[in-house]
Design a protein around this ligand. Structure first.
Ligand code: NAD
Ligand code: IPM
Ligand code: MN
Length: 368
């Protein structure tokens, strides 16, 4: 009986396409490495709305709370643009993050050597890059109250969102960043806008407090987030771990994705507090979205989703060795020239399909 449970939520657009490749990888670990997962599947986002009129049912939410790890593909799509805000596909994902209290979102940006020439930046700027962005995921302007759209009492309307952070929220995500840094190059750079936002002042003070009281062996620096965005594209290798708030982390991690060659390469782990069995509450998903422009055509790069499963092996199941094995197979496939369309210039040789890329990785796993 497997004591490792997974809930798979493929979602919308390319989500189901890339998840099919992850299923192959999961099955491979079951057959070849005796690593058996108790896998269940559910709906999220537009797929759930179409079936149930809600982007996440209470049953699926409850299931997500019980399993060791949730694997999510992507949510959203233009066919849902006109839906009421409360039932938009993205609300399903935000509910999962909030109710599971997944406050630490780990978004690594690693540049595989085979792709260094494909990045929009010069090879020497990105080659060997290994950056970890820790994005706060359950608070800030995404969730702060008051929020809404109201009359402005002057004949127009006003849209309101509130940036709000408490000491406890900042300290816990800062601890996650310092813990990660200790296992890496021991450096954390915290990003906010303390020059214009009170929440930024508190952020800076509290991160500094956690450092001084609990992690003074780790090197800490602070940067305004706008300058940080510039530095990420100027010389990204100056950073080891970046810790930042929900909205800045969303933007900075998409920018960092392009350093690696494509948004189709970037995995993520969203972690909360440990459960009774010691495993953290966890959801793993690619950083990219449902890519409506290429959905249904077998063109999507499955690597971000496959690497998200590698993160699950490492962070939920303490299987660092198997995670590294999977990462090596991805790296080797790229080194052998395997490319989906997002990793090629227009007009270059014929790209691999989503399934062919998955198969190329499986072939290398078999040879490992
Ligand atoms: P997107 O990430 O879906 O796509 C941006 C661009 O990157 C597109 O050109 C797309 O083709 C390309 N791309 C993305 N992933 C790729 C992959 N694996 N392989 C090849 N190319 C890839 O972002 P968007 O277009 O701004 O958003 C589309 C929808 O996805 C929206 O509804 C948005 O809200 C949603 N979204 C969801 C998530 C999520 O589920 N976590 C994340 C971001 C956006
Ligand atoms: C992401 C996405 C989400 C976000 C959306 C789809 C809710 O852009 O995971 O980066 O804004 O957090
Ligand atoms: Mn995003």
């Amino acid at each position: 009986m497997a004591d490792m449970s997974l809930l798979i939520l493929p979602g919308d657009g390319i989500g189901p396409e890339v998840m099919t490749e992850v299923r192959k990888v999961i099955d491979w670990f079951g057959t070849k490495r005796n690593l058996t997962f108790d896998v269940s599947e559910g709906l999220v986002g537009g797929a759930s709305y179409d079936a149930h009129g809600t982007p996440l049912t209470d049953e699926t939410m409850a299931k997500a709370q019980q399993v060791d790890a949730v694997l999510l593909g992507a949510v959203g799509g233009p066919q849902y643009d006109e839906l009421d805000f409360s039932v938009k596909p993205e609300r399903g994902l935000l509910r999962l993050r909030k109710e599971m209290d997944l406050y630490a979102n780990l978004r690594p940006a690693q540049c595989f050597d085979a792709l260094a020439d494909f990045s929009s930046l010069k090879r020497d700027v990105v080659s060997g890059l290994d950056l970890m962005i820790v994005r706060e995921l359950t608070s800030g302007i995404y969730f702060g109250e008051p929020r809404g759209i109201q009359d402005d009492n002057a004949g127009g309307r006003v849209g309101i969102n509130t940036q709000r952070y408490t000491t406890a929220e900042i300290r816990r995500v800062a601890r996650s960043a310092f813990e990660l840094a200790r296992k890496r190059d021991n450096r954390v750079c915290s990003m906010e806008k303390a020059n214009v936002m009170e929440s930024g002042i508190l952020w800076r003070e509290e991160v500094q407090w956690v450092h001084d009281n609990e992690y003074n062996d780790v090197e800490l620096s602070h940067m305004y987030a706008d300058a940080g965005a510039m530095q990420i594209v100027r010389w990204p290798k100056q950073f080891d771990v970046i810790v930042t708030d929900n909205l800045f982390g969303d933007l900075l991690s998409d920018a960092a994705a392009m350093l690696t060659g494509s948004l189709g390469m970037l995995p993520s782990a969203s972690l909360g507090n440990p459960m009774e069995n010691g495993r953290p509450k966890a959801l793993y998903e690619p950083v990219h979205g449902s890519a409506p422009d290429i959905a249904g055509q077998g063109k999507a790069n499955p690597i971000a989703c496959i690497l998200s499963f590698a993160m699950a092996l490492r962070y939920s199941f303490d299987r660092g060795e198997e995670a590294a094995m999977l990462e090596r197979a991805v790296e080797q496939a790229l080194a052998n020239g395997a490319r989906t369309g997002d990793l090629m210039a227009d007009g270059e040789a014929k790209p691999l399909s989503t399934a062919q890329m998955g198969d190329a990785i499986l072939t290398l796993l078999n040879e490992a």
